[in-house]
Design a protein around this ligand. Sequence first.
Ligand SMILES: NC(=O)c1ccc[n+]([C@@H]2O[C@H](COP(=O)([O-])OP(=O)(O)OC[C@H]3O[C@@H](n4cnc5c(N)ncnc54)[C@H](OP(=O)(O)O)[C@@H]3O)[C@@H](O)[C@H]2O)c1
Ligand SMILES: *[C@@H]1O[C@H](CO)[C@@H](O)[C@H](O)[C@H]1NC(C)=O
Length: 379
Amino acid sequence: MTTMKNIPLILMGCGGVGQQLLQHIVSCRSFHAKMGVHLRVVGICDSKSMVVSSDVLTRELNDNLISQVCRVKSNRSSLSTLTAFGECQVFMDSELRGKFLDIASLLSKVTGLAFVDCSASSETVGVLAQVVDLGCCIVLANKKPLTSTMEDYDKLVSHPRRIRHESTVGAGLPVIASLNRMILSGDPVHRIVGSLSGTLGYVMSEVEDGKPLSQVVKAAKSLGYTEPDPRDDLSGMDVARKALILARLLGRRINMGSIKIESLYPEEMGPNAMSVKDFLSTGLPLLDKDIGERVRKASLYGNVLRYVCMIEGSRVEVGIQELPKDSPLGRLRGSDNVLEIYSRCYGEQPLVIQGAGAGNDTTAAGVLADILDIQDLFP
Ligand SMILES: NC(=O)c1ccc[n+]([C@@H]2O[C@H](COP(=O)([O-])OP(=O)(O)OC[C@H]3O[C@@H](n4cnc5c(N)ncnc54)[C@H](OP(=O)(O)O)[C@@H]3O)[C@@H](O)[C@H]2O)c1
Ligand SMILES: *[C@@H]1O[C@H](CO)[C@@H](O)[C@H](O)[C@H]1NC(C)=O
């Protein structure tokens, strides 16, 4: 009998992406078995509790239980409603951190362990830094740990082979992997321009057609393209986090504070000043004229407006830029992400990466590929 490589893992965060990841893991079982790999899920946690297999060294949460977890979480219930099952234990709030570290120190010595962060929390960074120190691997879809302080960042990446975070930028698109390959081959990347928000990509290509910003944002919201409060997209903060991750990958030692961020709405229309409803009905329409004007001016020179992240030299900016209509970013329509990467090898003609940059499915696929990518670290 051939021996099966086992990758024990703990999933943090069981929302859209986490649930999809669990479903992918289960549906890929026989395919992974053919490759000689088995993903052994030993723990799953949400914001308040964690289910853990009754013996993390020998047992796992079986596929039946994993499906139960997905059902419970898609009904937005708490994992603690799973206590009825004998094969697992449930830990709550204050016990969580200690339990993570217990499991991490136990398994890291024997089989290794991967911590997979599919939460949207800024609070996981402490645990992640500690388990990396203990010898565990970490795989992230969550951007926040990597956009914390430089000190936290240094800890997380201190063992480059133990961290993967492809899905933090461009969801499943091979952005981080491509940049890492260029960096490792000594091909210096001197400029990245990217449309890294599906929502803002859609919005900018619609206003290019002459539609008023307010109508476009309302349409995007009803299509489900935006966060429940569209200002979470329009503020540019999410794009700025991705820009920071890319800039740090390229070796820039900077914090969020050094990034120039252009918000598409003024402070007096912010969440503290008006409700979502008021923003959509009375705030946004006040912005239509200015954007329309900028679109028209740009078009006089054969240019279009795109909401991009721009990394060049020491400059890291997020906001609206005028770009040639006849360029990969200028040709962008709809919600795809597009990156133009310029380096020595890709000097005149950039390396272009384009495709769906969001969605539970593609994001979870990126996370799964990351987990498989570290299999050589497991016995
Ligand atoms: N969806 C996409 O298209 C996409 C694309 C790229 C990257 N991402 C990133 O992927 C991550 C997950 O996205 P999502 O859409 O699945 O988010 P989501 O639906 O909001 O799910 C977040 C999950 O994290 C849990 N959580 C919150 N705080 C936690 C903590 N301290 N420890 C452990 N778990 C915690 C939540 O628990 P409760 O259930 O108890 O609230 C929830 O289960 C985010 O960081 C997002 O930015 C998403
Ligand atoms: C992602 O999953 C969540 C939770 O299951 C769901 O509410 C949401 O509609 C999904 N998003 C997409 C784009 O399918």
